[in-house]
Design a binder for this molecule. Structure first.
Ligand code: SPD
Length: 281
């Protein structure tokens, strides 16, 4: 006999991804968004923000390893890293596994997301929360990239939600221009870039805008079960060629990876023909 209720994330009123929820661990409306963490038999504990599924215990490693390691393994240096968003801590955890990282500044708008995840999803951030290299700031990332007077970064990672609520401003040209301002000339910018199937327009808009702002950008591909879209993408932009990882950097982290390795890195940059044609066109 089944228990609990069904939770559905609906995509543009055309499809939905559903999970059986057996226990709600956290539900609140913060100053910025609705935060929910619940228990599911299929994907373990899950975080949702404004009804958008963000991360799950069972498959978070795919998303977090892929948003971090291609840029950190390919950038000329990874000593200074900036994360915008990433309140669950998974991105900071993967960044701080790189021994070359000296400083990781994380700018998250909503302190309540961090607090809820520390309480109910502690493995996401793990030891990153106590790492002395991490500087956690509760500020608006859009304003930070526009105004912060700081030493530039080797890698900037945007780990946001879909373009709604507090994440909306993270998908436009002004944000990318701010990120470029804080990026070293040979640095790399990486972001999650939605699905070319479920969020086709957003995906291609990100490709176009990051290419215009950073001079070059490449999407890379994988699959995140929780996002209900089949194909998921991340994008890396900047002057350096991201397609070949530095072997020593991969060796330093790969034993702790469940998804990422050098073969995945190279293969992820292969473009499906429908994407390649449209990007070339
Ligand atoms: N469709 C949801 C995309 C969410 C991407 N961000 C997830 C945050 C995980 N740290």
């Amino acid at each position: 006999m089944s228990s609990g209720h069904w939770y559905h994330e609906v995509f543009e009123d055309k499809s939905a991804f559903g999970l059986r929820v057996t226990r709600t661990l956290h539900a609140e409306r913060s100053d910025f968004q609705r935060i929910e963490i619940f228990e599911t038999p299929f994907l373990g504990r899950v975080l949702a923000l404004d009804g958008i599924l963000q991360t799950s215990e069972v498959d978070e490693h795919v998303y977090h390893e892929m948003i971090v390691h291609p840029a950190l393994c390919a950038a000329p240096s990874n000593a200074r890293v900036l994360i915008i968003g990433g309140g669950d801590g998974g991105t900071a955890r993967e960044v701080l596994r790189h021994p070359g990282v000296e400083r990781c500044v994380m700018v998250e708008i909503d302190a309540r997301v961090v607090e809820a995840c520390k309480a109910h999803l502690p493995a996401l951030g793990g030891s990153a929360w106590d790492d002395p290299r991490l500087e956690l700031r509760f500020e608006d990332g859009v304003r930070y990239v526009k105004e912060a007077d700081v030493e530039p970064f080797d890698v900037i990672i945007l780990d946001g939600s879909d373009p709604v609520g507090p994440s909306e401003g993270l998908f436009n040209r002004a944000f990318y221009e701010g990120a470029k301002r804080l990026l070293k000339p040979d640095g790399l910018f990486a972001c999650q870039s939605e699905s070319p199937t479920v969020y086709e327009d957003v995906f291609f808009a990100i490709q176009r805008t990051t290419r215009e702002v950073f001079g070059a950008s490449r999407p890379y591909f994988g699959s995140v079960l929780l996002y209900g879209a089949g194909l998921w993408t991340w994008t890396v932009a900047g002057a350096a060629d991201p397609s070949e990882p530095e072997p020593a950097r991969v060796r330093a982290i790969e034993a702790g990876c469940r998804y990422y390795n050098a073969d995945i890195h190279r293969a992820a940059f292969a473009q499906p023909s429908f994407v390649r044609r449209r990007l070339e066109g």
